[in-house]
Structure formats: C-alpha cells, structure tokens
Design a protein around this ligand. Structure first.
Ligand code: AMP
Length: 181
C-alpha cells in the first residue's frame, strides 16, 4: 500500500470512530466527538502513530498539547517521539511563571498560557491538538512558543475542518491532519 493509501485507510478508520454532535456546545456547531476513538485501543494507537510518523526523524525536543483534548493526544505522541510533553493551558491553571497570549473567539477573546521555562531557546517543538477549526488557538500557541524562542517544526491535528480555513492562520508551517471534513 502506498503512503496515500495508508493515510486514506487511516482516515476511513478514524471516520468510523468520530461522532458528530449537532448543535453542541451551541446551535449551529457540529461538535466532533473523539471519545469513541479514544475508547477503541487499535484506532487510538493508529491515530497516535499517524500523528507522530511524519516527525519521526525531525528531532523534536518537546510536543506541545493544547488544553484539554489536545493533552490526551499530545502526551502519547511525545512518548512515541522520545520527546517531552508541554501543556498550553487556559488562563489561571499553571502554577509557576507564565507567558500569556490572547486569541480570538467567535465572540470576544480568551487567553492561553505556558510556563516560561517549558521550552528552551532553539528547541524544536511540535504542536498537537485534536481539531484545527479556525486556527486561532493554534496560531496563539505558535506565538507563545516563538516568544520563548522555540522553533515550531510543525503542527499535527487529528481532525481538520477545512471549510474554516485554519491553515491560513498558520502560513509557512508544515500542518498535517489525519482526516479533513
Ligand atoms: P480554533 O481555534 O477555532 O481552531 O478551535 C480549535 C479548538 O476548539 C480545538 O482545541 C478544538 O478542541 C476545539 N474545537 C473547535 N471546533 C470544534 C468542533 N467542531 N468539534 C470539536 N472541537 C472543536
């Protein structure tokens, strides 16, 4: 099977374990529920392998997960890449000195935070989250990491909502996703 064939097969497997929840958390949003995938060991394992695979030779020092579902996916990717895990959290959760970045929501803004010593200047990092939607969260995470001097080698998502054009907020960076809607 070619790489394209393998990734098409993985996308098909994932599709069978992702549940659409209409009008959650508010009317008009179709929420992509990954809990069936997480509960199915073989599919979860295949997803982690699919996320880590393109970066196996990239000498990643840290995998950065975005709260909260990003943590579930980023931590096993980190172990698979022999890298550390770094959490990016919502405001007020991290106990030590932080850097903070604002990002836009549909209505208003929110804050993301990272510990100041979470990465070292020049460190090669991979950002992982469950869903790339508008890209605002991922772009704010990239800004945080670059402010700390890290090199963002790429971003990897289980799911990309292509119709929201999140990639446009992440120009000039390798972005991979396992399944696009
Ligand atoms: P965005 O900043 O718009 O790219 O949104 C990305 C964040 O919101 C991710 O951390 C996702 O967990 C979450 N998210 C956005 N849209 C959805 C969706 N349709 N289903 C599940 N999670 C979503």
């Amino acid at each position: 099977m070619t790489d394209d064939g393998a990734s098409a097969a993985l996308a098909a497997t994932l599709a069978g374990h992702i549940r659409d929840i209409p009008d959650f958390p508010k009317p008009g949003v179709v929420f992509k529920d990954i809990t069936p995938m997480l509960a199915h060991a073989a599919t979860f394992e295949a997803a982690i392998a699919g996320l880590a695979g393109p970066f196996a030779e990239a000498e990643i020092g840290a995998v950065v997960g975005i709260e909260a579902r990003g943590f579930i996916v980023a931590a096993p990717v980190a172990l698979r890449l022999d890298a550390g895990f770094v959490p990016v959290r919502k405001a007020g959760k991290l106990p030590w000195e932080i850097e903070r970045e604002e990002y836009e929501l549909e209505y208003g803004t929110d804050l993301l935070e990272i510990h100041r010593d979470a990465v070292v200047p020049g460190e090669r990092v991979l950002v992982v989250d469950d869903v790339l939607a508008t890209g605002g969260t991922a772009a704010a995470t990239v800004r945080l990491l670059e402010r700390l001097g890290a090199e963002v080698v790429g971003l990897a998502f289980l799911i990309e909502l292509g119709f929201l054009s999140g990639r446009a907020k992440l120009p000039d960076r390798p972005v991979t996703s396992l399944i696009t809607y």
